[in-house]
Design a protein around this ligand. Structure first.
Ligand code: NDP
Length: 487
């Protein structure tokens, strides 16, 4: 499949194809569940198929874990907590985490290609963002494992026990690392359920974990659909639930966990404002806007999906933004020049199309650069809506696709009021050359993460999490350790 430039005809630069080879990856026809340190067939005997969303090619059949499998995985995790991993001193746990981190680095190309095949994201993102950050997460938490007594949680903070962890499809390996690394560093054992459409890198990570020699049952990876996730979070043997995904499912999980004594952290949706003032460096801001909403096809919970432009520069910024979007290349995720890959699933594409139709019906102006979409697979062109008002559905609901809603403001107070006019509160961006204005804005924005003159920057040392319907609890940094300690 060739990458297709969105460039206007006549100004097109012809790029030669630059495909990353998929030879490095061996995809097995069928994957079992990783429980008790080995791959075991599901009790039900049921499997489902995971696809390449860029071509709709079936990649593998993957085990569907049922209640008996969840039981077995939780029992294995309990045993490891009580007899092996839970008894290791921090300095020993650290060795295993360093080993996993190094193995991810050694097999980085393999992880990156597999991630792009199963998820549809461009190889330059899986190679330069997802995989290095996943390794960094294990390195960072390995460093904490023997220093927990100095982290401000008392001299001897204890782990919670068995963690049940459910993750989404937008950053499959990275989310697995965000969940596993802090849980293991603090001495917990884990049962992780990856998303149904993107299980393959978590299963490759299971292989790495087995090779790293962690005591059997320390990490269990069980694949399946939402019913597997529900069985895991509802299992009485789980002491701590960690979930990343939609607000709707987050609410169901909160209800399921209420009154059980289980600890819970939820990292849910977002509808972040990316605010550009008239004194911002416009070219830099345009790059930040593009990175904010078109990175990972907009399948990002903290995406800058609402662009707030100060009225005096709105036309100039929009103009430059459109010119920049015309240079983005959409197509084969394995091509190293591709900027925009495939939408992860038919279901997600339907959701994006539905919300975009609502935006048009409500009167916002839709614009996309000229763009030919590949015939097979799930694709959506980069899209900008101007003339958006706060009551429009596209200004309120998480689209989770490459769709930007543009609003305007006149004063900083109005920018704050509009930015905070959302049930979410995960992230925000500020573009201005005035440091004082950045500090003033950051203090007023109700968002867990505020970026200034940059966007979508992640670091394992920096806590990440939300307010309101974006969930609660933090991942990363010292704050992230607290979620896995009985402190
Ligand atoms: P979900 O919240 O449904 O999925 C996230 C994870 O939870 C998946 O592993 C899923 O399994 C699992 N799951 C589903 N139902 C339950 C349940 N009742 N109990 C426990 N676990 C469950 O997100 P979707 O993939 O369906 O995406 C829907 C929308 O959610 C997107 O359009 C987007 O707006 C938003 N979203 C937000 C994310 C974020 O990071 N904030 C991430 C992903 C989606 P399975 O894969 O089988 O469904």
């Amino acid at each position: 499949m060739a990458s297709v430039s969105t460039t206007t005809p006549g100004t097109d630069w012809e790029y030669a194809p630059a495909p990353e080879s998929r030879e490095i990856v061996t995809i097995q026809p069928e994957y079992n569940l990783f429980t008790g340190g080995e791959f075991v067939p599901p009790a039900s005997g049921e499997f489902f198929t995971t696809l390449n969303p860029a071509s709709e090619e079936p990649l593998a059949r993957v085990a569907q874990a049922g209640e008996a499998d969840v039981d077995r995985a939780v029992a294995a995790a309990r045993q490891a907590f009580e007899t092996s991993w839970g008894r290791l001193p921090g300095r020993e746990r650290a060795k295993y985490l360093y080993r996993i981190a190094r193995a991810i680095q050694e097999r980085a190309r393999e992880f990156a290609v597999l991630e792009s095949l199963d998820n549809g994201k461009p190889i330059k993102e899986s190679r330069d963002v997802d995989v290095p950050l996943a390794a960094a997460h294990f390195f960072y938490h390995a460093g904490w494992a023997d220093k927990l007594g100095y982290a401000g949680f008392g001299p001897d903070p204890r782990p919670i026990g068995v963690a049940g962890q459910v993750i989404p499809w937008n950053f499959p390996l990275l989310m697995a690392a965000w969940k596993l690394a802090p849980a293991l560093a603090t001495g917990n054992t884990c049962v992780l359920k990856p998303a149904e459409t993107t299980p393959l890198t978590a299963l490759l990570l299971a292989e790495v974990i087995a090779e790293a020699g962690l005591p059997p049952g320390t990490v269990n990876i069980i694949t399946g659909d939402g019913s597997t996730g529900a069985a895991l979070v509802g299992h009485p043997g789980v002491n701590k639930v960690a979930f990343t995904g939609s607000t709707e499912v987050g609410k169901q999980i909160q209800q399921a966990v209420a009154g059980t004594g289980k600890r819970l952290t939820l990292e849910l949706g977002g509808k972040a404002a990316n605010v550009v003032f008239d004194d911002a460096p416009i070219d830099q801001a345009v790059e930040g806007i593009v990175n904010g909403i078109f990175f990972n096809q907009g399948h990002v919970c903290c995406a800058g999906s609402r662009l707030l432009l100060q009225e005096s520069v709105a036309d100039a910024v929009l103009d430059r933004l459109k010119r920049r979007l015309a240079t983005l290349r959409l197509g084969d995720p394995l091509d190293k020049n591709t900027d925009i890959g495939a939408i992860n699933s038919r279901q997600q594409l339907d959701k994006i199309e539905g919300l975009v139709a609502a935006g048009e019906a409500e009167g916002a102006q839709r614009w996309s650069p000229p763009c030919r979409l590949p015939a097979k697979g799930y694709w959506f062109p980069p899209t900008v809506f101007s003339g958006v008002s706060q009551s429009h559905k596209i200004a309120r609901e998480e689209i989770f696709g490459p769709v930007l809603s543009v609003l305007t403001f006149r004063t900083p107070e109005e920018a704050v009021a509009k930015a905070n006019n959302t049930p979410y509160g995960l992230s925000a961006g500020i573009w201005t050359e005035k440091g004082s204005r950045i500090l003033w804005m950051a203090g007023k924005l109700r968002a867990g993460v505020v970026w200034a003159n940059t966007y979508n920057r992640f670091d394992p040392a920096s806590p990440f999490g939300g307010y309101q319907e974006s969930g609660f609890g933090r991942e990363g940094g010292r704050a992230g350790l607290a979620a896995y300690l009985d402190a």
